[in-house]
Design a protein around this ligand. Structure first.
Ligand code: CP3
Length: 342
């Protein structure tokens, strides 16, 4: 790997000394940027994902316009089930929609996990193109959904507040649930391995719906599959796990070889440090809704967050994805406050 001009993010992930914490935000490519909205009105969602030139352009927007310390490739967690043969649509003002969700064994049997890499070739092209555009300035993050979070969408067929139907399915048919989780895990391992080969510097797993499970069911349906993915990937690549609402598993996650753990805003820095015993770096946890507050408040709250987490082993970020319609100026205030923190 060529030396990066700005390696703050990689240094923070390794727990090395930094002059200030690095900063990026989850879902930074899109949603709130006016230039993104122009492309969004012109091309449908999967066209944007599947056209490497467009994905590269969108990935670079927040880098050029806001100045984050890391880029995240523009794509979606649902490209993996799509490559397994599930028809996934992204409906405007609704979100993901799957006409024929997974219901039984034969639906699971039909899923193809052998050709996932081939069918997501456009992602690897976008990674290579984005690496060129970045020109060794900052690191590039590749990502995937956790097997549990992917299962939630492909069994429910859409988003949901609590995924109760999905939980019901899993508790009634645990063998089927595990069969499905195993298939998603295998597909995700080959997908992320290819992302690493294509040039991403870091990978992050999103367990956005881990928090709908009880702490004990989490150990059955989510944690083991995430661990399997972490174990299977190239040891030299830093890995980040973001599991929303899963503070119960912070200690477990700090012991499986990840470099950092994402923290949501419900958990204090002090609690997160205590539970992870300084074994890993922490990433988070500004409440995305707070980016709608006044600039003065954003500044005060950001400084408070920085003081609570401390400068070392820390990556400034939000506690979940940035919200649509967040004022760009406020994002800039958040970023410049971190950059001025020595
Ligand atoms: O920085 C980035 O934006 C990188 C790209 C990115 C997208 N999705 C693009 C996207 C990333 C990292 C994701 C991850 C993702 N996708 C997650 C995990 C992170 C999280 O927020 O919890 C989840 C759960 C999804 C599934 C998904 N995709 C949903 C629920 C939706 C609809 C609601 C929404 O806007 O998030 C999507 C659509 C989607 N993925 C959009 C974008 C920019 C918006 C639709 C559009 O642009 O047409």
């Amino acid at each position: 790997m060529n030396k990066l001009k700005n390696d703050l993010f990689l240094r923070a992930l390794k727990g090395e000394n930094v002059k200030r914490p690095p900063v990026w935000v989850m879902r930074q490519a899109g949603r709130y940027l006016p230039d993104f909205m122009v492309l969004k009105n012109k091309y449908d969602f999967f066209t944007r994902c599947q056209t490497p030139e467009l994905a590269t352009k969108i990935t670079m927007m927040p880098i050029d316009q806001i100045g984050f310390d890391a880029a995240i490739i523009f794509s979606d967690i649902l490209v993996v089930p799509q490559a397994m043969g599930i028809k996934v649509e992204m409906k405007p003002n609704f979100g993901p929609f799957i006409e024929s969700p997974i219901k039984n064994n034969s639906d699971i049997e039909k899923l193809d996990i052998l050709n996932v890499e081939e069918r997501t070739d456009y992602v690897f092209e976008a990674i290579k193109m984005t690496k060129q555009a970045l020109n060794n300035s900052i690191p590039l993050i590749g990502f995937a959904g956790s097997p549990w979070t992917i299962l939630c969408y492909i069994v429910q067929g859409s988003g949901s507040k609590n995924f109760n139907t999905v939980k019901n399915f899993c508790f009634k048919n645990p063998e089927l649930a595990h069969l499905l989780l195993k298939k998603i895990t295998k597909a995700t391992i080959s997908y992320l391995s290819k992302k690493i080969k294509s040039g991403v510097d870091v990978v992050q797993l999103f367990d956005s719906w881990g928090g709908v499970l009880s702490h004990s069911d989490y150990q059955i349906f989510s944690f083991p599959y995430i661990k399997e993915i972490i174990d299977a990937l190239d040891q030299s690549i830093p890995k980040i796990i973001y599991a929303k609402g899963c503070w119960h598993s912070l200690t477990n996650y700090s012991k499986i070889g990840v470099s950092a753990i994402g923290i949501d805003w419900s958990c204090s820095a002090r609690n997160a440090r205590y539970l992870t015993g300084n074994r890993v770096s922490l990433q988070g946890n500004f409440d995305p809704s707070r980016l709608f507050s006044s600039k003065e408040e954003i500044k005060t709250l950001t400084i408070q967050m920085l003081n609570e987490f401390g400068k070392e082993k820390y990556i400034a970020n939000l506690g979940h994805g940035i919200l649509p319609e967040t004022p760009v100026e406020n994002v800039k205030t958040f970023v410049s406050t971190v950059k001025e923190f020595y």
